[in-house]
Design a protein. Sequence first.
Length: 160
Amino acid sequence: MIKVTVIAVGKLKEKYFRDGCAEYEKRLSSFCKLNIIEIDETKCPSNPSQAEINKVIEGEGDKILSKIQKGTYVIAMCIEGNEISSNKLADMIENVSAYGDSHIVFVIGGSYGLSDRVKNISKFKLSMSPLTFPHMMARMMLLEQIYRAFMINSGSEYHK
């Protein structure tokens, strides 16, 4: 069974996001071994300088990189990434597992984004949209899209 890990900066604070993510975690258990890793968000002062922002991004990047195992297919969620359809994501997941990678890692950065070091080790950069979403919502949307991809690959009518 393929392993899927979502590494996300920040904790789910609102109950409705926790409930939504829990629902997709439950649904995904039929298709993959899912692991969610939450990285503590680094605090930054109000009106931070660019140097302070860079320090936060790099510190969070260190924490993220320490959680990524060698031999995984890393997908960085970032605004400059490629926007793809649900069908293309389904193809990607199917192809990754077909070509011997049995572990896909999706990475959602903090509010200032991902470090270049995380992006550089990624095999694919994915953007959900040019719109900006709260990170907690992005996590739930990502889980839904992963679930949708597995449903597409199984021939289900879930994806219409």
